[in-house]
Design a protein around this ligand. Sequence first.
Ligand code: ACO
Length: 401
Amino acid sequence: AIDISKLRAESGLITIDPGYKNTGSTQSAITFLDGEKGVLRYRGYPIEQLAEKSSFLEVVYLLIYGEAPNRQEIQQFQDKINHHTLIHEDMKKFFDGYPSKSHPMGQLAALVCSLSTFYPESLEPDMNEEEVDQTIIKLLAKMPTIVSWIYKKSMGHPYMYPKNKLDYVSNFLYTTFGHRTEEYEIDPVVVNAMNKLLILHADHEQNCSTSTVRIVGSSNSNLFASVSAGIAALWGPLHGGANQAVIEMLEVIRKDGGDVDKWVEKAKSKTDSFRLMGFGHRVYKNFDPRAKIIKKACDDILDKLGIDDPVLDIAKRLEKAALEDSYFVDRKLYPNVDFYSGIIYRALGFPTEMFTVLFALGRLPGWIAQWKEMRENKEPIGRPRQVYVGSGARDFKEISE
Ligand code: ACO
């Protein structure tokens, strides 16, 4: 076998692969993805079965610990998490300090990183398995509370404290939509929809944010800092930020009269930077299996909640027009997970700016599982090379000259 490291050291061999389109950065046992066939499995289980039959917390356990939990294991896991759902009271001051219109993703990245300052034991690179697990549990427990409080802050409403007799997803909905002044009835349709959405976002192998988590973690950075970096990567509209961008785009199309063909033409133009948000994927060159599930769930949920959203009609017509156009067919551009998710989030009552934060909440177990795997594999620090194309050697003159 060729020893690439040796060859590189001796010959200066460097491979250039912008965007890492063909570069594998690791071996992983977490998520299997076949982009040509549109297959996605977590730890071997097809995404369709998990979305249909499991809860989000079961998927969290599965991704992080490698096996699906039994009843006792999931109960113990839930109990451990419930113990840590409060966030330090001093963290309230951070929320108070942000301008009320600041973007939730900017707040989330900062708040998750700030957890490291409250739990300095998490900075220790040589934590044993139990200590690592404690850090993981804390992050899983506190992130929903942080997300809920970001929402409360944006509304100017008082923060709600978690009610730990509730399950993971219901507790999140309670702290988000509950009020101190009246009883909050948790609608099983909403709980079910939220579980499904979070499951579909839970992991997606070495995407931009997950690779970021692994590369930051590879320098022995703590879990909170590594996940915070992942949140920053997810924010971009070419990645998780697309779910917000999709709804904004559909709204613009609706207000413009709803002529979807005009917008398909615009997306094809090479002189116009406009792209159809929620279309195309680096790996899927076939239907994104998550998009198929979400599209169906979208119809069901809006129907059950009795919501008639005109944007859903625009989305369906836009999808049809694009899939009948040779530009999109030839480039194998299909709707991705973000195309329909925003319509569901909106139906559940979330404002558009919260969508990417909800994606982050779903992706959290994937980031944690990948960080843990990177650590257990004792992977070396991530450090890509480059091919230098700048100036040759030249003499520096003092500024007076
Ligand atoms: N609308 C119009 N044209 C598109 C689109 C789109 N949404 N996506 C790709 N294309 C075109 C490109 O212009 C390019 O055309 P060309 O070959 O004539 O130059 C071709 O399809 C290939 O596109 P690339 O940008 O090279 O593909 P890449 O794999 O680098 O990008 C990406 C993938 C970023 C997802 C891209 O499809 C895109 O920008 N989509 C819109 C944003 C989006 O929905 N992002 C969410 C992705 S899913 C997720 O992160 C959760």
